[in-house]
Design a binder for this molecule. Structure first.
Ligand SMILES: C[S@@+](CC[C@H](N)C(=O)[O-])C[C@H]1O[C@@H](n2cnc3c(N)ncnc32)[C@H](O)[C@@H]1O
Length: 332
């Protein structure tokens, strides 16, 4: 499919983006412990190479529906689709905005990320889908676009990486047109993150110990170098994950930044209690050992438990769910 590129309307600078830097030196990694933005770039440039596989990201029906359903769950579909001009912050490989575009929620898409490697990966995915998108390296605390440029700003699993989240909300509101909306999905709640991390740690220990047993080793055990690499990644991950959120405090932050019509929505309780052990188990065993039937079982179970969570949401307080999403509008 022919790749199309697009000029960036409203862009504040034509400066060339920095190149991806997937392999960090020991000195750079040491410096990253003192510099959170450097840590984000090193970690995510490295992760960009295998990110879609690691998180089972695809651009087919499964992920299109997932992205659209998150958007609808948070916003309730208040405006007609598609939004004409959309910006994604911390786009990674384009999971959220490219799937929202396929779902007909967004029209013109601009992907941005602090990591040059992620921006390249998102542009590659857009090309593969035959889309015309612009991609730029951009820090969500200082978005390099003019005021009043976009109809919608979206993000998925990004604001927990940003040191000054309120500054990022102010920037989103600045680049939105009056009446424009931001929609941020997939952020960890404080309580959800507490139980997810514990479940993940226990699963990792159990899975790596069991798969070392002689009868299981050949089929299931991951190579020691890969386990060591995962442990190093986990150490860096602890530096790049900066925040967890209480839904009420998150909404107050967006309002302080100047947003109106702010709403939060939490999702995944039993789905997260299953999902985190499942994802950790998948990462702890030999790649390819689990196969298609496992993938279908995991996805099917996640869907059924998500439906149950929809019912539980009527009685369980919002802060107990794992994911929080937020939307708000620029006044005027
Ligand atoms: C967990 S990943 C999520 C990627 C993608 N949105 C997804 O859901 O697959 C977080 C992304 O945020 C980016 N990021 C971290 N700090 C950022 C910042 N200050 N401004 C913009 N992007 C940032 C990272 O480089 C990374 O690609």
């Amino acid at each position: 499919m022919a790749a199309k590129t697009k000029a960036s309307p409203g862009s504040r600078s034509d400066a060339k983006d920095p190149a991806p830097h997937p392999i960090a030196t020991a000195d750079e990694v040491a410096a990253a412990y003192e510099d959170t933005k450097l840590a984000q770039v090193l970690y995510h440039d490295w992760e960009a190479q295998t990110y879609d596989d690691k998180w089972s990201i695809s651009f087919d029906r499964r992920c299109i529906d997932y992205a659209r359903d998150r958007f609808v769950a948070i916003t309730g579909r208040p405006e007609p689709w598609p939004y004409a001009r959309a910006l994604e912050l911390g786009a990674g490989t384009g999971f959220f905005s490219l799937n929202l575009k396929q779902a007909g929620v967004l029209d013109e898409v601009h992907v941005t990320d602090l990591s040059p490697g992620m921006v390249e990966a998102a542009k590659r995915n857009a090309e593969m889908l035959g889309f015309s998108v612009s991609g730029r390296v951009a820090d969500a605390e200082r978005i390099p676009y003019d005021d009043n440029t976009f109809d919608v700003v979206v993000g998925h699993a990004v604001i927990h990486h940003i040191p000054d989240v309120e500054a990022a909300f102010r920037e989103m509101l600045r680049v939105l047109k009056p009446g424009g909306r931001f929609v941020i999905a997939g952020e960890p709640t404080t309580i959800g993150d507490w139980y997810a991390r514990r479940l993940g740690r226990v699963t990792w220990k159990a899975a790596t110990a069991l798969t070392k047993l002689p009868p299981l080793r050949e089929k299931w055990a991951k190579a020691q170098e890969e386990l060591d690499e995962s442990s190093r990644a986990a150490a860096l991950e602890a530096i790049v994950d900066l925040h967890t959120f209480d839904p009420t405090e998150l909404a107050a932050m967006a309002e302080r930044a100047g947003a109106v019509d702010v709403q939060t929505r939490t999702e995944e309780l039993t789905a997260a209690l299953l999902g985190w052990p499942v994802r950790t188990f998948e990462a702890a065993v030999k790649p390819g050992a689990l196969g298609w039937n496992w993938a279908m079982f995991a996805y099917g179970s996640w869907r059924r438990l998500s439906a149950l969570d929809g019912v539980l949401a009527k009685v369980v307080p919002a802060q107990f769910f794992y994911n929080v999403g937020i939307t708000g509008v620029k006044p005027g």
